[in-house]
Design a protein around this ligand. Sequence first.
Ligand code: PGA
Length: 259
Amino acid sequence: MTTAARRPVMAGNWKMHLVRAEAEAWCAEVRAGLPAGRAAEVVVFPSFPLLAAVSAALAGSGVAVGGQDLHAEAAGAFTGDVAGRQLADAGCTWVLCGHSERRRDHAEGDELVAAKARAALAAGLTPIACVGETRDERHSGRTFDVLARQLEPLPDDSRLVLAYEPVWAIGTGETATPEIAEDAHAFLRERLARRTGEAAARAKRILYGGSVTPDNAGALARQGDLDGFLVGGASLDPKRFLAILTVLAAPEAALRGSP
Ligand code: PGA
């Protein structure tokens, strides 16, 4: 589990799901079920058209809101794109950068992802920069090369949060084992230590994403270099979202309680 210096993050990525009434119902249920005095930061990433409504529905709850993507430029003639400043104006304080679905479907490369992370920071948003290998890359022994390559251009900024999301585990129901996740997280932290020094690397929050559920969250959360979750499918159900948040706060208790 994370050290006291690294506040865990529970992030829900709704992807291209929900309309406003559904999103508002989600917010009401999560607000009502939030554990008191929770240790984790909680943030939800709705689609752009929902941002303002979700920000309003979560106002004062302590649950933050983020965009799923942003443009690398601050403004301009970029039809269909959204700027960091616009996200902030809609109530966002976070943004995802380089989610594997953006890399895959929109040909976002490492340099562009890094430029987006810089744009996020410039707009006062906390970026979660996503890295992770495909199944082929893992099977051909290239996992660490890929992670190093994706990490390389990202800005050295203490506000940036990393997410290790193995592509083969996203939306597949096949979660990384706790050992696989810990190996990747430890590798990322070690690379950061070489770059930015031990103290900054120790303070960096590295989330895991890929088929996280209330059932597998406990074993993952006990890993020393894992500082929270970026959850897709299971985040759409408020009960499962809250259950993962509870496990994140007390992974030992969750394991003791499991059959
Ligand atoms: P999943 O998605 O939890 O549905 O696998 C994770 C993600 O894409 O962030």
